[in-house]
Design a binder for this molecule. Structure first.
Ligand code: MRU
Length: 350
């Protein structure tokens, strides 16, 4: 299977199972996990086995369906009560990526539309909605890729942070979509992937995905972004996002805002690739975005054979940061490319 189409989250309905590619094991092992309980799906999201905002949304949609499918409710009202419990539980897995809440709200809108139907009919409707979320995401990513490609030139150097690739979505990814689409058409880029401390999504996932796909990718440590920009190697920065506020302030993987500051300094365009499902108009600006704090051991010892910090040292581990809208050259969505002022351009997309 081509890497841009790798199925990182799929439903095996016959066995009431969610099948996910365990992203924590990449690049060393490509293992698909079979998740059958709500607890397993919650844990997979929390532990970043399934990660990336769109993939989290897709997993949550399937999780809401599978959790409700288990219900023994005999009436619509009882089933709806059970659905709400599943929804609340899955919503507690991670706080920042709005796609999680977007997908769960969408599932709730669907169940409300089915009011009065039998539990079997309602369960089928939920399955249909979850499948639609995944199918739509593949098309959305492809369209984002087309728009992004229109801003790039053959042979350009592109810097990316974290992983906004195929495995973080249904297909193609967001920030990596133009790279895959370009490759299909003979338009090639030189990609620099930030390793993305502390969980190394750039090293483990982006470098793996792109290398497997035959893309020219070089891995750099996060603190090398400045030198590659200064050396003229980068024509554009492309990143994904977890939540875009109405004013364009954007939460993405920790370290993204630093890259944007560097890009501004060197006069390099900084593009955010954002499906509409990641734009949260209810959130006025970046200060309103809940930034997830993660366990200390991700900084001190995870991925290392031995701890790389003194035992018991205090750690601060925010896992996202907010890039100020003034640093963002454009926000690329499936409905077109939004330019500043974002308060106007983003709301017009809906
Ligand atoms: O903590 P993660 O790995 O889920 O963070 C992911 C990111 O920051 C991605 O850039 C974002 O979700 C976009 S994925 C298309």
């Amino acid at each position: 299977m081509e890497n841009q189409a790798i199925q990182s989250v799929i439903l095996d309905d016959e066995n009431s199972t969610l099948v996910i590619l365990d992203q924590t094991l990449l690049p060393n092992e490509k293992i698909f996990l079979r998740l059958t309980s709500q607890n397993q799906i919650w844990e997979a999201i929390y532990s970043l086995r399934v990660r990336g905002a769109p993939a989290i949304g897709i997993a949550a949609g399937y999780g809401a369906y599978l959790g409700t499918k288990e219900s023994k409710a005999e009436t619509y009202d009882e089933l709806y009560e059970d659905f709400k419990k599943v929804k609340e539980y899955l919503a507690s897995s991670r706080p920042t990526a709005v796609n999680l809440f977007w997908a769960l709200d969408r599932m709730e809108t669907r169940i409300l539309k089915e009011k009065g139907k039998t539990p079997v009919e309602v369960k089928n409707a939920l399955k249909d909605e979850a499948e639609t979320i995944r199918e739509e995401d593949a098309k959305v990513c492809e369209t984002i890729g087309e728009y992004a490609l229109s801003l790039l030139k053959d042979g350009m150097g592109i810097l990316t942070h974290c992983n906004a690739g195929a495995i973080a979505t249904a297909k193609y990814g967001t920030a990596l979509a133009p790279i895959y689409l370009g490759k299909e058409r003979g338009v090639n880029f030189k990609v620099y992937a930030d390793e993305t401390r502390p969980l190394l999504q750039g090293a483990r996932l982006t470098a793996w995905e792109l290398k497997e796909a035959g893309v020219d990718v070089a891995l750099i440590c996060d603190n090398m972004a400045s030198i590659v920009m200064k050396e003229g190697k980068i024509g554009a920065v492309l990143v994904g996002c977890d939540r875009v506020a109405a004013n364009g302030d954007t939460a993405n993987k920790i370290g993204t805002s630093g890259v944007a500051i560097l890009a501004k300094h060197y006069g390099i365009p900084f593009y955010v690739c954002a499906p509409l499902s990641t734009i949260d108009l209810k959130c006025a600006h970046g200060d309103d975005i809940h930034i997830e704090l993660r366990p200390d051991e991700e900084v001190t010892s995870k991925w290392y054979e031995k701890p790389m910090a003194p035992q018991g040292v205090k750690v601060y581990n925010p896992c996202f940061d907010v890039t100020d809208n003034k640093l963002i050259s454009a926000i690329i969505t499936e409905k077109g490319i939004a330019y500043p002022p974002y308060n106007e351009s983003l709301s017009k997309l809906f």
